[in-house]
Design a protein. Structure first.
Length: 305
């Protein structure tokens, strides 16, 4: 019988340089999607998959993440007295989880961040959720990986097809064949290949279900040229002794990892948000009309020159 998955690691120790100067003092994981920090979506995905124990790997300047997941009795009492039920619900969503924190003292890459949490995990299979993407599907992606693990007993990570020009931002798989629809047997896992060297367009998208044997491999994995211990490299080694499958995610992925995609995600979620949807919709329409008029005027100007 395969062991049940009850624990997850969420690495949140990265410097977030893509969002400087905002990330000088505030962690990028606390950047909001409308009114909710991105890391809250990640923790909720783990919760929806039935995970109760979560360890968040943090680093310098990340204290507000700890505060965010701490209960706040004074604020709760205040909202209770004022019968602000919806607000109360929004701050209590993860109160029933056990959330722990550990510090990665020197940022030495994703593989090292995962290795930092080894004693919390022990000898059990576990999930890893990276913070840059919000995933949406009928069944949460982490649960999809857990279901697959229950069937195969093998480590499995999530992949999605991405445009070829973007492939070098990701870990990429070299699939041999599908063992069943959407589940790939993999020959090789490669971290951030050049587009011309990429073995496929199936990118690793930041959700993993791993067996604990990964820890002894991470211990031996050498840092890359940039001084980072890559999780993808360790997974490739694991695949040589235990099978590691790739599960193709067919749901929606909202990228929050760079300025433009984060803004777009905010617009999409804003258009669904009951408080602001109507106002935002009419603003976008008005802005669209203004921008079209501006473009037309510019075109006319160019022609007349
Ligand atoms: C990390 C992983 C990479 C994966 C990506 C998904 O890279 O190393 O394999 O494809 O997350 O977001 P990072 O984005 O941290 O550079």
């Amino acid at each position: 019988m395969t062991k049940k998955v009850t624990k997850a690691i969420i690495p949140a120790a990265g410097l977030g340089t893509r969002f400087l100067p905002e990330t000088k003092a505030l962690p990028k994981e606390m950047l909001p999607i409308v009114d909710t920090p991105t890391i809250q979506f990640i923790v909720e995905e783990a919760k929806q998959a039935g995970i109760k124990d979560i360890i968040i790997v943090i680093g310098k300047g990340k204290r507000s993440i700890e505060d965010h997941f701490d209960s706040n009795p004074e604020l709760e009492m205040n909202l209770e007295e004022k019968h602000k039920d919806k607000m109360l619900e929004s701050i209590r969503k993860t109160n029933d989880l056990n959330i722990y924190f550990i510090r990665q003292s020197h940022p030495r890459g994703l593989g090292d961040a995962i290795y930092t949490a080894r004693s919390f995990i022990g000898n059990e299979p576990f999930a890893v959720l990276l913070g840059d993407d919000v995933m949406e599907d009928k069944v949460p992606l982490t649960k999809q990986l857990m279901d697959s693990f229950e069937e195969t007993g093998a480590s499995t990570l999530a992949v999605k097809r991405v445009p070829h020009k973007d492939i070098s931002k990701y870990g990429v798989i070299d699939p041999t064949h599908e063992v069943k629809p959407g589940l790939f047997n993999v020959k090789q896992f490669v971290e951030k290949p050049k587009p011309e060297d990429a073995p496929s367009d199936l990118a690793i998208i930041g959700r993993y279900l791993l067996t604990p044997e990964i820890f002894s491999i991470l211990e031996e994995t050498q840092p890359d040229a940039g001084g980072e211990i890559q999780l993808t490299t360790a997974i490739d080694t694991l695949n040589k002794t235990q099978r590691v499958f790739a599960h193709e995610f067919k749901g929606k992925r909202y990228d929050t990892g760079n300025k433009l995609s984060w803004l777009k995600t905010n617009v999409i979620f804003g258009l669904r948000h009951p408080e602001i949807a109507t106002g935002l919709r009419s603003y976008i329409k008005q802005l669209g009309a203004e921008l079209s008029a501006e473009d037309e005027a510019n075109d006319a100007d160019k022609k007349s020159k």
